[in-house]
Design a protein around this ligand. Structure first.
Ligand code: FAD
Length: 317
């Protein structure tokens, strides 16, 4: 099912959430992840997304994992990420065709990062020089246009490569929506106030599609530092002051990660943000605990459903 239809047709009043996974590179890792996804699917995510390994390095695994989610776990809303990096002429069509054959109806259209070791991003297929080109191509190709619901990435803390100011970057985001993107998933961030300010500017710029914030519960000090650097995510000093003294205690770091994610999600839901995209890093416990502490799953969920009021994050037709 298309993600946007699923968002509009929700019957539950609880905020919705999606889970992101990346394809492991070994058979055993793949097998373990499939079991984990089966367990996590019981938390009733609105959908799951599967990343496309840097430079297309995991394309077969990404397709396989997305297909298993869709066809074996009945997660009818599966989003396959797709990048333009290293996509020789014809490979985009192959990937889209394979996704369609497997019933995957959502594509997160991305440009991708420069291949490992290279400083600049250079298109392999001259038709695809940016995410906007990929969106335009999918939406204008009769074989794919109506079939796929296409999303794009947004960057509340700015894109690492960009020298443009925030307004210009929001204009780039708008160009992707004008090209046909129907939803936005954001890069992870840890400053909820800054996200809300950015989100309000996005709406003021006339971008009306659902914007789903990316939330990553911190799993370890090392991965947190590496990923925030890679993604250009600003880490508030207050969070650094909390995490630095406990950096050598993995359990304390994970507990802090859960508290921080709960605080961010709570603050955003109080400000009418209705959906969240959890970067699971293929781990299940932290995301599960975040949802439990929010009382969105488990025994308190029903009570919560009765209390929450609905204020959609995007206009209904
Ligand atoms: P684009 O939107 O094309 O932007 C690329 C750069 O060009 C930016 O700096 C942008 O500001 C600039 N730009 C765009 N339009 C213009 C314009 N008109 N004029 C001037 N400058 C412009 N990577 C993977 O390899 N696999 C994944 O699965 C993956 N999943 C992701 C999921 C999410 C939610 C996010 C936020 C990122 C993900 N990425 C993934 C990372 C992504 O590929 C990189 O951030 C990449 O560098 C940019 O991709 P994009 O689609 O945002 O590119």
């Amino acid at each position: 099912m298309k993600l946007t239809d699923k968002i509009l047709n929700r019957t539950s009043l609880t905020p919705f959430y999606t889970f992101e996974f990346f394809p492991p590179r070994t058979e055993q890792g793949f097998h373990n992840l499939v079991s984990r996804i089966e367990r996590l699917s019981k938390l009733d995510p609105l959908g799951v997304s599967i990343t496309w390994g840097a430079g297309g390095s995991t394309k077969d695994w990404s397709l396989k994992l997305a297909s298993i989610c869709r066809n074996e776990h009945s997660i009818d809303t599966t989003i396959m990420h797709l990048t333009c990096t290293n996509m020789q002429v014809g490979l985009v069509d192959d990937a889209l065709r394979a996704a369609k054959e497997n019933g995957i109806r959502n594509i997160l259209a991305l440009r991708g990062d420069p291949p490992r070791g290279e400083e600049y991003w250079i298109p392999t297929d001259p038709r695809f020089t940016s995410a906007a080109d990929l969106v335009k191509y999918i939406k204008s190709t009769p074989e794919f246009g109506d079939y796929f619901c296409v999303g794009v990435a947004g960057y509340p803390d700015g894109h690492t490569e960009s020298t443009a100011d925030e307004d210009a970057q929001i204009s780039h985001l708008k160009a992707k929506v004008n090209a046909g993107a129907e939803f936005i998933i954001t890069q992870l961030f840890y400053d909820a106030d800054s996200f809300l300010r950015w989100h309000s500017k996005v709406r003021t710029a006339g971008i009306n599609v659902p914007v789903i914030p990316g939330v990553m519960p911190i799993q370890s000090y090392a991965s947190f530092m590496r990923l925030t650097k890679l993604c250009g995510t600003r880490v508030p000093q207050q969070l650094l002051d909390q995490i630095n003294p406990i950096r050598h205690d993995d359990q304390l770091v994970k507990d802090l990660g859960i508290r921080v994610a709960v605080d961010i999600v709570r603050k955003l839901s109080q400000n009418n943000i209705q959906g969240f995209h959890f970067c699971t890093l293929n781990l299940e416990k932290s995301v599960q605990k975040v949802l439990e502490q929010l009382r969105w799953v488990g025994v308190h969920a029903e009570q919560h459903n009765m209390l929450i009021s609905v204020s959609p994050d995007h206009p209904r037709s």
